[in-house]
Design a protein around this ligand. Sequence first.
Ligand code: ADP
Ligand code: ADP
Ligand code: MG
Length: 549
Amino acid sequence: MTCFTFVETFSLKVRKSNLSAFRNSFVHRFKVLPYKETCRNAFSSWRLEYGSQSNFSVPSTSLATEQHIVSSSSSALKEKLVEKGQKYKVKPIKKVLVANRGEIAVRIIRSCREMGIETVAIYSTADRNALHVALADETVCIGEPSSKKSYLDITSVLAAAEITGCLTTGADAVHPGYGFLSENSVFSSSCEEMGVTFIGPSPFAIDKMGDKSTAKETMLNAGVPCVPGSNGILSDAEEAVRIAENIGYPVLLKATAGGGGRGIKLARNSEELRSLYQMCSAEAQAAFGNGKLYLEKFVEAPRHVEIQVFADKYGNAIHLGERDCSIQRRNQKLVEEAPCPVMTEELRAKMGEAAVNAAKAINYCGAGTVEFLLSAAGEFYFMEMNTRIQVEHPITEQITGIDIVQLQLQIAEGRPLPYRQSDINLKGHAIEVRVNCEEPKDNFRPVPGQVSSLFVPGGLGIRWDSHIYPGYTIAPNYDSMIGKLIVWGPTRDQAIRKMKRALNEMNIVGVPSTIPLHRAIFNNEKFIQGKEIYTNFIETEDILSQVVG
Ligand code: ADP
Ligand code: ADP
Ligand code: MG
């Protein structure tokens, strides 16, 4: 017997000549409501309703076959139904422990609430008054302000899961967000061992991609184009110099465990490379607990273009288009937009296919992002894969209409992907700016403090994902990002006008922010034109000198 549990309503068109076979195959066993029995042509349409409480058993030998079903409103489900003997193990999630803080914790709680799923917030003593704590159904204090003693402490996070009952019901899950434990395979496997679903890929997939040097090897084997560089980890500075002489300077030394734009150093010649090597390794050891380095050719003036992928537990994988994140400071994203202004249908298909292949190569499951560098000549190279939700996921949501957190939860429950590639339509243009409490003119120095007052813009097509509120005191212990301002417009031009309007209205009092910097970016002609933006934009356009206020 094969057991199906669906919580979807969809219609099926069945060839009349096959009606009896269709009925015999599964109509009787499912709760099937005749939809339009009087049909003009040779087809009969049916509406099938599967409630969350429905759990029907069908002998796998009597499943419908392709010829019985002509069309279905849910193509992925149709595909699944005709796969003989395919088994979905759906385990509905009732409660989610959010193993994060800040805007992403708030973002996750919001989707859970809309899905009728209970939430548990964890927090450090510095976050007692945090918004995610106020919004969650249950809260647990897990330790001291330092991340190591709270949000990065696996034992404390799992203890919080235990005291809130998450380890015993079999219907609970942990959402790791981004940063912190999101790409930690020890954490994800511990969750699974303790009986709580980890909302993310397998520990194997995390390990394959978490180590950036290993990830490149895996991708080369899967036929995905990569930036030329060392084959794996460097043994010492001399090996780095030998490889650099071969591929040509300038080169980048990169920490294999790096992330968030940190752990990357540029060397223009052998002296620089030799002198940077030890420092880079020591810094990586201190920051990521892993000093191993690899080497990559420095691609001059590239765009950063990344593909959002999604895969289910049954081997289906699709992409939700790209995001252009070329506006960066110190290799970290400041502004992201979707679609990429220089994208063509042909290139999107090629990059999308490469990204989906990357996901399939490691049996990926859930949401992931494959990051590429796109050269001015239109060549693209794999850089890394982030095996988690991305900061800039909202712009993809805006142009696809898909709630990415909700889809992550559905996949984690064991449901098949509800879309095929051809179901994904990109509509309009979305842009996000990262609002950080930093002093842009003082080398982006973080300046935490109290938000004494706050005015947030509104209106059609404007979204503000944030955890700050008037009177909130930003803790100095964590990331300086305090919100993401997101706009959607039918065209790039309209989205830019909307962002300019929103940036003018936005008013954060009490702490400095990157808002004045964003105003300068959105006044820049090259940015508005969009065709010649590269990752060095902030420097080449000398944006900092144009920041007012
Ligand atoms: P995205 O790739 O989603 O755009 P970032 O690279 O800006 O996001 O990283 C998101 C958050 O995760 C930041 O707070 C960053 O500091 C943190 N982060 C990412 N990778 C790592 C890592 N390897 N080690 C520590 N923190 C990381
Ligand atoms: P992180 O893990 O910190 O996100 P990435 O490897 O994704 O690090 O690189 C971050 C940024 O650094 C990229 O978006 C890009 O701007 C720049 N970068 C990385 N590798 C290269 C390269 N080989 N050539 C040029 N720029 C690069
Ligand atoms: Mg990256």
